[in-house]
Design a protein around this ligand. Structure first.
Ligand code: DXP
Ligand SMILES: NCC(=O)COP(=O)(O)O
Length: 254
C-alpha cells in the first residue's frame, strides 16, 4: 500500500467553476475536473456552495453527487437554506465554514464557541441524516475543545494564515502559526476528533503538514487549479500526491 494511503487528498474544484462563470457558459465543467482528479488519484472532491454562488452552483453539487465515485465534501455556511440544500444532495460529508459575502476567500475559522447554540441542532440534523460533519476552524484550543463537545466527528484546521505568512515572507508569524497548528492537531486527536486541514496549501506546505501524523485528509483547491493551467490537472494531482507522500515518509522517521 502506498505511504499516502493514510493521508487522503480531497481536491477542491471551486475555481474551475470560477473560470466557467467568467463567460456564463458550461466550459470548463467542474464535474469533468472532478472526474479527472479522481482518475489521477484524488480520494475525494470538495466543493463550496457559497451563498452568493460565485463559483459552484446548486446543479454542480447535484451532478457531483450523481457522477463521482469518491466521497463528496460539501462546504457550506450553516444557514437554514444551505442545510436544506445539502440534505437534499446527501453528500458524504458537509464542512461547515464561515462566510462573509464581501470576502475574497474564507478568511478565518468558524466561531464554534460563539455559535454553539445554533450549530448543535445543525450537526445533529446532518448526523441523523447519515452525513458526516466537519467544522472548519482555526487551530485555537477553545474552538477545538468546543468542536469535540458539539460531537462533530471531524474538524478541518484552517491553514490560510500559515500559508499566507510563508508567501509574504513573514517568518516569525509563519513559525507561530505552524506551532499553533502542530499543537492544535495533537489536542484535536486526543479529544477524539478526526483531523483534516486545508486552505491555501501548495506543494511545499502540503509536504510540510503531511508530516503531522494526526492529519487524515488535506483539502486543496486554488493552487492546484492554477497549476493545472501549466501542467494539466492529472499531473498536478500526481505531483500533489507525491508531495504528500514525501511528508508522510517523514512521519515514519519522526
Ligand atoms: C472553505 C475553503 O477554504 C474553501 O472552500 C475555499 O474557501 C475555496 O473557495 P473560496 O476561494 O471561494 O474561498
Ligand atoms: N477547505 C479548504 C479547501 O477546500 C481548499 O482551499 P484552497 O486550497 O482552495 O485555498
Amino acid at each position: 500500500m502506498p505511504m499516502s494511503s493514510s493521508l487522503r487528498l480531497g481536491v477542491n474544484i471551486d475555481h474551475v467553476a470560477t473560470l466557467r462563470n467568467a463567460r456564463g457558459g458550461k466550459h470548463p465543467d467542474p464535474v469533468r475536473a472532478a472526474l479527472e482528479a479522481i482518475a489521477a488519484g484524488a480520494d475525494g472532491i470538495t466543493a463550496h456552495l457559497r451563498e452568493d454562488r460565485r463559483h459552484i452552483r446548486d446543479a454542480d453539487m447535484e451532478r457531483l453527487k450523481a457522477e463521482i465515485s469518491k466521497p463528496l465534501n460539501f462546504e457550506m455556511a450553516a444557514t437554514p437554506d444551505m442545510v436544506r440544500i445539502a440534505l437534499g444532495v446527501q453528500p458524504h460529508a458537509v464542512c461547515l465554514v464561515p462566510e462573509r459575502r464581501e470576502e475574497l476567500t474564507t478568511e478565518g475559522g468558524l466561531d464554534v464557541v460563539g455559535q454553539r447554540e445554533s450549530l448543535e441542532p445543525t450537526i445533529a440534523r446532518f448526523t441523523d441524516a447519515g452525513v458526516r460533519v466537519s467544522l472548519f476552524i482555526a487551530a485555537d484550543p477553545k474552538q477545538i475543545e468546543m468542536a469535540a463537545k458539539l460531537k462533530a466527528p471531524v474538524i478541518e484546521i484552517h491553514t490560510g494564515a500559515w500559508c499566507d505568512a510563508i508567501t509574504d515572507g513573514e517568518l516569525i508569524k509563519a513559525e507561530n502559526e505552524w506551532q499553533r497548528i502542530a499543537a492544535g492537531v495533537k489536542l484535536a486527536k486526543s479529544a477524539g476528533l478526526e483531523v483534516h486541514a486545508g486552505h491555501g496549501l501548495d506543494y511545499a506546505t502540503a509536504e510540510t503538514i503531511a508530516a503531522l501524523p494526526e492529519i487524515m485528509e488535506l483539502n486543496i483547491g486554488y493552487y492546484m487549479i492554477g497549476e493545472s493551467l501549466f501542467v494539466g490537472l492529472s499531473e498536478t494531482v500526481k505531483q500533489m500526491r507525491a508531495a504528500m507522500d514525501r511528508g508522510v515518509a517523514k512521519r515514519a522517521r519522526a
